[in-house]
Design a protein around this ligand. Structure first.
Ligand SMILES: C[S@@+](CC[C@H](N)C(=O)[O-])C[C@H]1O[C@@H](n2cnc3c(N)ncnc32)[C@H](O)[C@@H]1O
Length: 387
């Protein structure tokens, strides 16, 4: 991603987005590991849809002793959510084998994300491998699969041809491969002047984002169509919106287009950064409509759509006391920072980033009641099988 023309005396990254993007690693207060309970709750509420997709996989009967069942979680990040989902998938497939009177096969689970993902934190969370499938199925303290990390962008090939039975990806595909260049180009009609996100932007900016999303999704499906085994399936969840208008991004619009935006404006007004510096930062996230998503799957043509729907996930803020404005402000700042903090740090440096998120927190506290009432995420859920 081209992030910034040189402005203030701060870090300017012109490295490609895929070389710097990650959720905040480690176990600190603003880490993704400590701020992904909302995603966990939303994923739990969609488990019935995941299980339906797993039931679409054609199992090899009898399972082969030499060929493992291979699954991959794309955009796994570095918290417990990916481990939980992989466990659900393997237990479900094992039960299906047992129900058909066969011993389950061995399982290979691939945890895939961009190279700057904190794979160390993730690997340290992995439970030890169990000595037998029975032991693993009976307890939650052991894993019943061989694990491997796969660094790389899911917008390109990650696995050998016809090697994966099941792809899972949650809360990741709304991350674009890059901010559309025109949104950062002063000479372009799509220049996103004064804004750090497309919520409320002009239609040219919104169209540039939409085009980027559809190009990226097409590349994702193209790569998976080569890697998936012929009997395989795929379960995808990403941020979606209910409005037909892409300048109304819904929940993500509130997350990145209101208090986060105002905090950037504060830095400009206080003379800490220039307006140009702010304008050269854009959040590379796009919440698509169902129709926009569907167009790409249909144009690709490799997959049968078993299910494609917009699902109400709920709030991205998990707070113990919704009446406590300070807690709501802190949850907003931590939630924003856990997903976008690494990009902000790369653009304006750690100290100014700290200042920015302090302002997000303060503003979030002032508007706590509205945030609790209005901040809702919708997700696109896609269950696809090989055509
Ligand atoms: C919000 S996290 C989702 C984590 C996890 N799936 C969960 O359910 O909690 C989004 C993840 O997508 C990853 N991601 C974004 N763009 C990617 C790309 N092009 N290729 C691979 N991973 C990507 C990010 O690095 C991040 O770890």
């Amino acid at each position: 991603m081209k992030m910034a023309p040189k402005g203030n005396d701060v870090i300017v990254s012109d490295r490609k987005l895929e070389m710097i993007l990650s959720m905040k690693g480690g176990n600190g207060e603003a880490s993704y590991a400590n701020n992904s309970q909302a995603q966990a709750i939303h994923a739990q509420s969609m488990l019935h849809l995941l299980r339906e997709t797993l039931d679409n996989i054609q199992l090899m009967e009898p399972p082969s002793e030499t060929i493992p069942f291979a699954l991959a979680d794309l955009g796994c990040s570095c918290g417990n959510n990916t481990l939980y989902i992989v466990d659900v998938i393997i237990k479900h497939i094992s039960k299906r084998y047992e129900a058909s009177g066969y011993e389950p096969p061995e399982f290979s689970a691939f945890f895939s994300d961009l190279p700057s993902n904190d794979f160390n934190t993730l690997f340290q969370l992995l439970p030890p491998i169990g000595s037998s499938m029975e032991e693993c199925l009976a307890s939650d303290t052991h894993r019943s699969y061989f694990a491997a990390g796969v660094p790389g962008s899911f917008y390109r090939r990650l696995f050998p041809t016809r090697s994966i039975d099941f792809f899972h990806s949650a809360f990741s595909l709304h991350w674009l491969s890059q901010v559309p260049e025109s949104a950062l180009d002063k000479r372009s009609m799509a220049y996103n002047k004064g804004k750090v996100y497309i919520h409320g932007a002009n239609e040219h900016t919104a169209n540039a984002y939409k085009k980027q999303f559809q190009t990226d999704l097409a590349a994702f499906l193209g790569a998976r169509s080569k890697e998936m085994k012929r009997c395989g399936s795929m379960f995808l969840v990403c941020l979606g919106r209910t409005s037909a208008d892409p300048t109304d991004q819904g929940g993500p619009g509130i997350l990145f287009g209101t208090h986060f935006q105002d905090a950037w404006n504060d830095l400009v007004q206080e003379g800490l950064i220039t307006g140009e510096k702010r304008d050269s930062f854009n959040i590379p996230v796009y919440a698509s409509s169902l129709q926009e998503f569907k167009e790409v799957v249909e144009a690709n043509g490799s997959f049968v759509i078993n299910k494609l729907e917009v699902f109400k996930g709920g709030s991205p803020l998990v707070v113990k006391q919704p009446d406590d404005a300070a807690e709501v402000g802190q949850a907003l700042a931590n939630s924003c920072r856990s997903v976008a903090g690494v990009l902000v740090d790369a653009h304006i440096g750690d100290q100014l980033s700290e200042e920015l998120f302090k302002r997000v927190e303060r503003r979030g506290s002032c508007y706590a009641k509205e945030l609790i009432e209005q901040l809702q995420f919708f997700h696109i859920v896609a269950s696809l099988s090989f055509a």
